[in-house]
Design a protein around this ligand. Structure first.
Ligand SMILES: Nc1ncnc2c1ncn2[C@@H]1O[C@H](COP(=O)(O)OP(=O)(O)OP(=O)(O)O)[C@@H](O)[C@H]1O
Length: 638
């Protein structure tokens, strides 16, 4: 690291540290682009603060520095970098919100009731106006019915529960957006809650603040207004990287003049050519210009334009990697594992990484999506926490590991089974061993064995407990589950859950997903852990990779928030787009430009963009007209 580079933005860091002075806390808004080390500044400032006399004060008073991150992964990373210091509370916005409102059961009940009543009135209104025999009409009726039922049951719920990392489908649970909305309302309407927050965390730092839910952000800004001088709200983020519609538009314009406005201008991540390109993309938005590190390489940037129809994307992307290996003089491009491929959405990644058969049916069910992306929920857990670790241990001939897994989670060797076996424990151990051997044989004999066949084998041998979600797919599964009272309750919660009245779509989705080979679930698991070479444009916010391949295909993505075809001039803008632009409102082009900025700025060495266009020639001209890329950097392929 060169001294000049290290000192380049030193003033911003010093300002932030000053703001965290607990005797005189001051709020601040850090203005800094991609790769400028915002997270590093956050961690450094917190560390410096807890290492000085303020740290002792925090220990004495039991107060904490609050840090809100955007993802669980970012949360873990920051905790680790701060060595799990107990004076710092690092949480996602969902976990933080719940930590504020948990236990206020009467208020929660009242809020949910009012919210449900309003939603029901709105649905009734729509019902009066619309037709009831269409798909939308039927869903509306079902939703109305479900909300009425939930409303009727509210009084019987003594304690509301919520988990920031799962689908929250039981009767007494709240969903993610309710918790956020409720926290915003409570913070605004309850002075006591505001006092609790400020007294618990005299400093609250929010990373990726551009995407923090707008009503919650407004609540924090009001709270700051009331407590300034005694409380510091520190916003880290980059308005150019606002890619979720939830965030507060023009947050930067809402910041009071008394706040500190530190600024960082060096990009420590990207090579100089990538810095130039992202400066170009950003230019018309706020003119903010970054400089590369003095020791930055030049790097390579290429845009490849391919036709949208009648091509094999796998062949095209392989050819692009080959071409990049030559242009960048970097053979690693030929190895797809060394390239991070960013698709517009998860299905595109699933197709490319090879787990679409398992993923697509479940992804089609709206309220399974959170758990699908987080690998949570009993059905997924059965495979990724029980079966796959055992399969891996057996394949590696790791008898010790396999035994540990069986001991920890197989009913064959749980305490009750062993007690029941009495003097016959050896036979019970033999049964477990035979089940393991059988599972290994099944997988070795048929490497593409279906998930269903594995499930049936596990049910037959009793190797693991079959969760209710999967019980309908094994002989006698449902009866076995319903004999058990607790299971019966769970089943009712699932079938008569708040919103999910009709579980048949979920059952048929699981039925389809189980036809996929178990090997697809292994790939899915690697993907959701973020360990594959694939990711989505939105999902890689905050991350960085040596070689980045951005895949753009509106046709395959079928999204509506982002529209590259319009952005790159290959498709006409709609009337609404023109109106939004004329009125200075956020248009789909604005959103697309910001997403493009995020993806391009992930590259540490070289960047390739593959754009599947309905009209490659037109797109090429439009892209060149922007002037972001040089003539030689844009190639047509087919
Ligand atoms: N002062 C510095 N010296 C050396 N490397 C740095 C410095 N600041 C940041 N970096 C490195 O630059 C990269 C980008 O930092 P970081 O991820 O914190 O940036 P960011 O501003 O959060 O980026 P983004 O908004 O794009 O997610 C990281 O690899 C980080 O280690």
């Amino acid at each position: 690291m060169t001294d000049v580079d290290d000192q380049f933005d030193a003033e911003a860091d010093a300002t932030i540290i000053e703001c965290l002075n607990l005797a005189e806390p001051r709020s601040f808004f850090l203005y800094a682009g991609a790769g400028s080390g915002k997270t590093r500044s956050l961690v450094n400032a917190v560390r410096k603060t807890i290492d000085n006399e303020h740290g002792r004060l925090l220990t004495l008073t039991g107060k904490k520095i609050g840090v809100i991150t955007y993802t669980n992964a970012a949360c873990d990373e920051i905790k680790q970098r701060l060595e799990f210091d107990p004076r710092v509370e690092v949480m996602t916005i969902h976990a933080f919100s719940w930590s504020l409102i948990e236990g206020f059961n009467a208020d929660i009940r009242q809020w949910v009731a009012k919210n449900l009543e309003e939603e029901i009135i709105e649905l009734e209104e729509q019902h009066r106006k619309g037709r009831s025999n269409t798909k939308a009409g039927i869903e509306r009726l079902r939703s109305m019915e479900s909300k009425r039922r939930r409303l009727a049951r509210l009084n019987s719920i003594v304690k509301f529960i919520y988990s920031p990392t799962s689908d929250n489908r039981t009767r007494d649970s709240l969903n993610h957006s309710e918790v956020i909305a409720m926290t915003a309302t409570f913070l605004t309407s309850k002075p006591g809650l505001r006092r609790i927050l400020v007294s618990r965390c005299p400093v609250l730092l929010i990373d990726e603040s551009q995407d923090t839910n707008k009503s919650l952000m407004d609540a924090f800004l009001h709270l700051e207004e009331e407590f300034h001088g005694r409380f510091s709200l520190g916003l880290f983020g980059d308005m150019m990287q606002r890619i979720y519609s939830d965030g507060k538009e023009q947050l930067d314009k809402a910041i009071p003049a008394r706040w500190a406005m530190p600024r960082k201008r060096m990009n420590h991540r990207c090579p100089s050519r990538v810095v130039e390109v992202i400066n170009n993309i950003r230019h018309d938005v706020d003119g903010e210009k970054q400089v590369p590190r003095s020791d930055a390489e030049k790097g390579v940037v290429r845009v490849f334009i391919a036709p949208q129809a009648g091509v094999d994307p796998f062949a095209i992307e392989a050819a692009v990697r080959q071409r990049m290996a030559t242009i960048a003089d970097d053979p690693a491009w030929e190895n797809s594992d060394a390239v991070k491929t960013l698709a517009l959405e998860h299905l595109m990644s699933a197709r490319r990484f090879g787990f679409v058969g398992f993923f697509e049916p479940l992804w089609g069910i709206e309220n399974l999506r959170t758990s699908l992306l987080q690998g949570t929920g009993a059905g997924l857990g059965f495979f990724i926490r029980d079966v796959l670790p055992l399969v891996k241990a057996l394949r590696a001939n790791d008898r010790f590991g396999a035994t540990a897994i069986i001991k920890a989670s197989s009913p064959l060797l749980d305490r009750a089974a062993l007690q029941e076996a009495g003097s016959n424990q050896v036979a019970q151990l033999g049964r477990a061993k035979a089940a393991c051997d059988g599972l290994l044989a099944l997988i070795q004999k048929q490497p593409e064995v279906s998930a269903l066949a594995v499930l049936e084998f596990v049910a037959h041998t009793g190797l693991f407990t079959i969760p209710d979600t999967l019980a309908p797919f094994v002989p006698g599964g449902v009866e076995a589950a319903t004999q058990d009272n607790a299971a019966q309750d769970d089943l009712e919660d699932q079938t008569e859950g708040r919103e999910a009245e009709d579980t048949s779509p979920q059952l048929s989705a699981w039925s389809k997903a189980l036809e996929a080979p178990l090997s697809q679930i292994e790939l899915y698991d690697v993907y959701v852990r973020g360990q594959s070479q694939f990711g989505t444009h939105q999902g890689v916010k905050g991350l960085e990779f040596s070689r980045v391949l951005v895949v753009i295909n509106d046709d395959e993505a079928r999204g509506f928030l982002f529209a590259y075809d319009k952005f790159f001039g290959a498709k006409e803008k709609s009337k609404a787009d023109h109106e939004n632009e004329a009125a200075g409102r956020d248009s789909s082009s604005d959103r697309t430009r910001r997403l493009f900025y995020v993806t391009c700025s992930r590259a540490e060495q070289s960047l390739a963009i593959v754009y599947y266009s309905p009209n490659p020639e037109l797109a090429r001209n439009a892209i060149l007209q922007y002037g972001w890329f040089e003539q030689g950097e844009v190639e047509l392929i087919n």
